[in-house]
Design a protein around this ligand. Structure first.
Ligand code: SAH
Ligand code: SF4
Length: 443
């Protein structure tokens, strides 16, 4: 069905949010909407939201303000706001009051039902629907856009960990794993349409399948996905350090297509803070996991997430985080200031840290990490890496870009016919953010 209508989908936040936005785009495609980037001429704009930190929410509220002006210029425009911010307990009434011109509000659990809401809005209605619980039947077959080189695949939804700062379990529900045969079929179908790299998504992929009988865990799933013909690479995110098993590390070492990259969020280097965060590991245990990875896979890339200014974090606690950064030597770190999320345990904790202290700690942490990241990149100079060619470089369309198995972005000269294939690239220069290389030959 083609209606000539255009939809612009915007996602804020993590890969799961991007993945949900893709599902929404695909649902609207089936309803006759063509995907577009052109806001001025759109018939429908969907904003899939994030609420993990206050800064994300503020950005989204700013975007909603912009969309109000767009709707004033184009009264036929329909606007939908979906995802985590809408799902937050108690937020829908507040949001609707603040932005009454929005046509559709949808939470995280009813995204797959979006076409119903769209039909109502197309007939002039204003609709808001937030389910308290997900429906397994809808989640088991997420809709993906076909024909892309890379795809994100949900292998599980939700989270049971309740880290004390985190809103995710409150807006994404309890942990549930998709059946392996559904995941494998979805990947096979994507590969048939040209996909060569998949990223398996879960808030804590290491606990995949914990409810399955007979036993089948994340390492088993990786080995099965590794067998899919014509798929070149498999990534996964995120690994909770408490559940990172030796079996998983050994599996990554054994698999042909499994990329040697572990995103292992540490959050803090202080045992006192880790306990208050309810992370369920100590710095010593975390270090033992890093040592295991480095023993089995010395070339593996390890990246992390760190929060500064968690309630009760003293200068000493913060120093311990810096010390851990030094001990582990991460290739990259996502660094955040603690953000109070109402409904979480940490929001009620005493000794909230003032903003100026959080800012100072963040600056310090970022400068330490930037130096370490640069050191890593410089160490890569002169060595040759396997790169999956993704397409023309954004900054210089004469050149190509691609990523190493460790997810490092590399820019190099080469013919566009190489897009979608693996090539060997020798690194010749490293700046703070990009690597420059020369092709040594295709694989
Ligand atoms: N499931 C993943 C990540 C989820 S959210 C994991 O467990 O690692 C992504 C990152 O956002 C977290 O790792 C954490 O560093 C950060 N984050 C989550 N809640 C936060 C908050 N309230 N304030 C600041 N950062 C937060
Ligand atoms: Fe949030 Fe912790 Fe779950 Fe990650 S593991 S989503 S940080 S509660």
């Amino acid at each position: 069905m083609k209606t000539g209508k255009k939809v612009v989908t915007i996602a804020y936040g993590c890969q799961m949010s991007e993945r949900d936005a893709e599902t929404l785009t695909e649902i609207t495609r089936q309803e006759g909407y063509e995907r577009s980037e052109d806001l001025e001429n759109a018939d429908l704009v969907i904003v899939n939201t994030c609420c993990v930190r206050e800064s994300a929410e503020n950005k989204i509220l700013g975007k909603i303000g912009e969309l109000k002006k767009l709707k004033e210029r184009n009264p036929n425009l329909k606007i939908a706001i979906s995802g985590c911010m809408v799902q937050q307990p108690g937020s829908i009434d507040r949001l609707r009051k603040r932005a009454p011109f929005i046509d559709i509000w949808a939470g995280t659990h009813n995204l797959h039902n979006f076409s119903d809401l769209l039909h109502q809005a197309e007939h002039g209605g204003k609709v808001a629907e937030v389910w308290l619980k997900p429906k397994a039947t809808l989640e088991s077959t997420p809709l993906a856009e076909k024909g892309k080189l890379q795809a994100n695949i949900n292998i599980m939804y939700g989270c049971d960990n309740f880290c004390s700062y985190c809103i995710v379990p409150h807006v994404r529900g309890r942990e549930r794993s998709r059946k392996p045969e559904e995941i494998i079929q979805e990947i096979k179908d994507l590969v048939t349409s040209g996909c060569r790299e998949v990223t398996l998504l879960g808030q804590n992929v290491n606990s995949y399948g914990k409810e399955f009988s007979p036993a089948y865990d994340f390492a088993d799933l990786l080995m099965d996905v590794d067998q899919i013909p014509d798929l070149l690479r498999i990534r996964f995110i995120t690994s909770h350090p408490k559940d990172l098993s030796d079996k998983l590390i050994e599996t990554v070492a054994r698999g042909q297509k499994l990329c040697e990259h572990f995103h292992l969020p540490i959050q803090s280097g202080s045992n006192f803070i880790l306990q208050r965060m309810n992370r369920k590991y100590t710095r010593e245990y975390y270090l033992s996991r890093v040592e295991k990875i480095r023993e089995i896979l010395p070339q593996a890339r390890i990246t992390t997430d760190v929060i500064v200014g968690f309630p009760g974090e003293s200068e000493e606690d913060f120093e311990q985080t810096l010390e851990m950064m030094d001990l582990v030597q991460y290739c990259h770190a996502f660094t955040f200031m603690y953000s109070k999320r109402s409904g979480t345990l940490a929001a009620e904790m005493e000794h909230q840290i003032p903003l100026d202290v959080k800012k100072r700690r963040l600056q310090k942490l970022m400068s330490v990490q930037n130096q370490q990241s640069l050191k890593w990149r410089q160490k890569m100079i002169g060595k040759t890496y396997e790169v999956l060619v993704e397409g023309p470089s954004r900054t210089n369309t004469e050149r190509l870009t691609g990523r190493t198995r460790g997810y490092e972005l590399v820019v190099f000269n080469g013919s566009s016919e190489l897009v979608g294939s693996l090539v060997n690239v020798k690194i010749i220069d490293a700046s703070s953010f990009t690597l420059t290389g020369e092709i040594q030959g295709s694989k």
